[in-house]
Design a protein. Structure first.
Length: 50
């Protein structure tokens, strides 16, 4: 799961130059992890607030 968070943070860096990319990555990652595990999905929801 830690590797997925690193990829998500890379998305935040990209978002500073390409508007909307962060939201798109967040949405796709949430859907993907929710399909794999409901607990992983909850972690994706909580992460941006940390």
């Amino acid at each position: 799961f830690a590797e997925e968070i690193i990829a998500f943070r890379d998305g935040e860096i990209i978002d500073r130059t390409i508007p909307g990319i962060q939201e798109a990555l967040r949405g796709m990652a949430f859907i993907e992890t929710t399909v794999k595990s409901s607990k992983a999905g909850m972690k994706w929801v909580a992460f941006p607030e940390i």
